[in-house]
Design a protein around this ligand. Structure first.
Ligand code: S3P
Length: 179
């Protein structure tokens, strides 16, 4: 069934939370548009995130990430899977909260590590100790920015997508398309 979004929905959460996969699954289930912010960013820049980190460091990447977020917010309401570090900038948190509904997909670094098939593409998930440190520092920010949190532990992509569908429908954000 085709649906529409009343406002943009931002999926945030640590690397390996399943943001991209859940967004794609929900978009397919509901006939709504989704965009992966990191994929959009890589196409826009013509470079991989790994190369951007290598060329310009994390700060350079974060500047581009904010510009991308602003561009995506300007578009029609979308389901947006964000990079895990989007919450590192207060400015981004404010933008997302003002523009739409923020969903935190919660994952513990141990489980995330098992879900990530290729660590070389994620400059900030090179080893579990660093990942745990970053995850601990971000935990309060995810909690603060999110309108809702979904615990993804031991859940399949389909199960998380269905849970999200239910929440968004109840909140009146995901609406059956009027003919
Ligand atoms: C990052 C997460 C990555 C990507 C970049 C930085 C982070 O996205 O944006 O490597 O700081 O957590 P995913 O969360 O989609 O892996």
């Amino acid at each position: 069934m085709r649906n529409t979004l009343a406002s943009s929905v931002f999926l945030v959460g640590f690397m390996g939370a399943g943001k991209t996969s859940v967004a794609r699954r929900l978009a397919r289930m509901c006939g709504i548009a989704c965009v992966d912010a990191d994929t959009y960013l890589e196409r826009r820049e013509g470079r991989s995130i790994k190369d951007i980190f290598a060329d310009e460091g994390e700060d350079g990447f974060r500047c581009i990430e904010t510009a991308v977020l602003r561009e995506l917010i300007e578009k029609e309401p979308l389901l947006i899977s964000c990079g895990g570090g989007v919450v590192e900038r207060q400015e981004n948190c404010k933008l997302m909260r003002e523009a739409g509904f923020v969903v935190h997909l919660d994952v513990k670094p141990d489980e995330a590590a098992g879900r990530i098939s290729d660590h070389t593409t994620r400059p900030l998930f090179q080893d579990i100790a660093l990942a745990q440190q970053i995850a601990a520092a971000r935990a309060p920010i995810y909690a603060e920015v999110a309108d809702i949190t979904i615990d993804t532990a031991h859940k399949s992509v389909g199960a998380i997508a269905r849970e999200l569908q239910e929440v968004l429908t109840k909140k009146g954000i995901l609406c059956p398309q009027q003919r």
